[in-house]
Design a protein around this ligand. Structure first.
Ligand SMILES: Cc1cc2nc3c(=O)[nH]c(=O)nc-3n(C[C@H](O)[C@H](O)[C@H](O)COP(=O)(O)OP(=O)(O)OC[C@H]3O[C@@H](n4cnc5c(N)ncnc54)[C@H](O)[C@@H]3O)c2cc1C
Length: 556
């Protein structure tokens, strides 16, 4: 080797680490919300998700993006999407770790454990989690049609992934997706033009013939979808399987796959329905609230997924700066870099806390598929918090994601921007980040939803109750609480809804952090409550950087 090619001062990859053991904020959130959680489950998942093997699968699944085959060589339509084997391995691991519909068949705490597991798995590979998340989220909407639900739930909750294109009854497990967005309207789904014409009543209820299109329908190889279509009464939610119970192929034509900024391992398609068969779910004309029972849960996953990506980016930044030297010492020892890293650590921990708090509210308010109501209880406070936290966490955590990824990338300098055959993960994280903010209701739509929530009288009282344990712990928190509560009382006009969403989010994050590390709580309040900083790394003098960094990366 030439002397000029001796490699020095480059870092090692962050691989074969236990992501669960590294993540103290997640461990503490689990212990707080669900003290009886299965620690061994997470230790095993953390080791697997942090393994070099999983990183290789993630790289391959993203590099070898799915390919659509519309026709066979004889000209017949086949509408099949072909994936790299690593995609299927990742899907099978996600189902094995119960990230899909299993909480609906488990007792109290099931959604909390699943949420933490989802966050950890996101650090291995986020884009395959799109169909996993939709398969999890479909239950509250689908159970409105008991005959369908009874037939599909066992396979929706099965942990034996089965990618075969077969009728559901012949498969070990099924996955589900959703189709709302059309060319002329995504946020405003009332503009949907897809038509549903009544055909007949049968064992699965009212059967319709569907004609129309969807401009975005992700994971088109799912076994079935919830879709919005206009009946004579109005927009309705229907269940659309890819294969009909008699084994024939439902005419769902996959027109093309989207060329996306990121999320490459996942297929997102444009589809047309040419007289496809579907069954009504819920009441005719009440399609939007019906499908939003699913959308509300996928919004939880957007917040969890972003918190997971933040954590991954933070770990990589800490790992890199702990090894790389510049100007005579390690980057992590440089005072300004400490400030940047500590600020990122605060943001990551606050995102974890808020997303897990929402998961707890879901757990406390969702019934199991049968008979779990009594164990979960029917907690009015949790119901209000769930309604409030869903738009808040989706808006704020996801909104912070891209900004976070950019700063974490910069900690790696030029290496952060370079992918090198997909091995540089920061670029993949950066491309993935904006997605959780856009799909399932973009930022403005979440802020508008917040205004709707705030019209309910019990929200201010619930918010007061929620932050009460933290009152008096920090003067900035008390000031922020007064401001936010006054803002709710006067109900900001629509143009100010984002400001309100941010203020409520940050206040709730501060109140949640008060239970954990004093250094984190105090730095968070000092830096985020009185005024919002526009870049990371502006933590004030006196911040206990070392304590925050030690907590963020215990092995440093
Ligand atoms: C990779 C990917 C996968 C997707 N997968 C699916 C899928 O599987 N199923 C599915 O149904 N959809 C899917 N979507 C679509 C996604 O949910 C929509 O793109 C999203 O809801 C926004 O809708 P739109 O694109 O029509 O934008 P628009 O509705 O045109 O919105 C554009 C912008 O205007 C803002 N806006 C809209 N109304 C208002 C208002 N009243 N006030 C202020 N601002 C407003 C929005 O916040 C947004 O920022 C996917 C999208 C992507 C990128």
């Amino acid at each position: 080797m030439s002397i000029t090619h001796e490699v020095t001062n480059q870092t090692t990859p962050l691989a074969d680490v236990n992501l669960y053991r590294l993540n103290l904020p997640l461990q503490e959130a689990l212990a707080w919300h669900h003290p009886g959680f299965d620690h061994a489950r997470f230790d095993a998942l953390g080791a697997e998700a942090g393994s070099a093997e999983m990183q290789t699968h993630a790289r391959l699944a993203n590099q070898h993006a799915p390919v659509l085959h519309t026709h066979d060589r004889f000209g017949h339509r086949i509408d099949q999407v072909e994936f790299h084997p690593s995609y299927h391995t990742l899907m099978s691991r996600a189902l094995k770790h119960r990230l899909h519909a299993t909480p609906w068949t488990e007792g109290a705490g099931g959604h909390i454990e699943r949420a933490a597991a989802f966050m950890l798995f996101t650090e291995a590979e986020p884009s395959i989690l799109c169909p996993v998340s939709m398969s999890y989220a479909v239950t509250p909407a689908l159970r409105a049609q008991p005959a369908l639900f009874r037939d599909w739930l066992p396979r929706l909750a099965s942990t034996s992934y089965d990618p075969r294109f077969l009728p559901f009854a012949q498969k070990t497990a099924v996955t589900m997706g959703m189709g709302m967005t059309e060319k002329q309207g995504g946020s405003d789904v009332r503009a949907n033009s897809t038509r549903a014409e009544f055909e007949a009543d049968d064992a699965w209820g009212q059967c319709y013939r569907i004609t129309g299109h969807k401009w975005f329908m992700s994971a088109p190889m799912c076994d079935a979808f919830l879709v919005l279509a206009q009946t004579g009464t109005g927009l309705s939610c229907v269940f659309l399987p890819r294969l009909l119970p008699d084994g024939s192929v439902n005419p769902i034509r996959i027109q093309r796959l989207k060329h996306k900024l990121g999320n490459h391992a996942n297929a997102s398609s444009e589809v047309e329905f040419e007289g496809a068969t579907a069954w009504l779910v819920g009441d005719e004309g009440r399609g939007v609230p019906q499908i939003l029972a699913m959308g509300a849960i996928t919004r939880l996953d957007c917040a969890l997924g972003t918190a997971g990506l933040m954590r991954q980016a933070l770990s990589i930044a800490l790992h890199h700066t702990a090894q790389r030297q510049a100007f005579g010492r390690r980057l992590i020892e440089q005072p300004m870099m400490k400030n940047v890293l500590a600020d990122l650590a605060l943001e990551s921990e606050a995102a974890t806390a808020l997303a897990m708090r929402l998961a707890r509210a879901v757990d406390r308010t969702e019934n199991g598929s049968d008979g779990h109501e009594a164990r979960r209880g029917n907690d009015g406070h949790e119901a209000v918090m769930r309604r409030l936290l869903t738009p808040i966490a989706k808006f704020w955590v996801c909104k912070r994601g891209s900004h976070f990824a950019q700063e974490a990338m910069e900690c790696l300098g030029g290496n952060g921007y370079v992918e090198e055959q997909g091995e540089g993960v920061m670029a993949r994280i950066y491309r993935e980040m904006p997605l959780n903010s856009i799909w399932e209701g973009a930022g403005n739509i979440m802020a508008l939803d917040l205004l709707r929530v705030l019209r309910s009288k019990d929200v201010a009282a619930a918010l007061q109750h929620e932050i009460a344990p933290a009152r008096g712990a920090h003067a900035a928190l008390d000031r922020a609480a007064e401001r936010v509560l006054a803002g709710i009382d006067t109900l900001a006009d629509e143009a100010q809804a984002r400001r309100l969403a941010r203020d409520i989010a940050v206040l709730l994050q501060a109140a949640l952090l008060q239970r954990g590390s004093t250094a984190v709580f105090s730095a968070f309040c000092n830096s985020r409550l009185d005024a919002a900083a526009d870049v990371f790394g502006l933590l004030p003098a006196g911040t206990d950087f070392d304590a925050i960094l030690q907590r963020a990366m215990p092995s440093l």
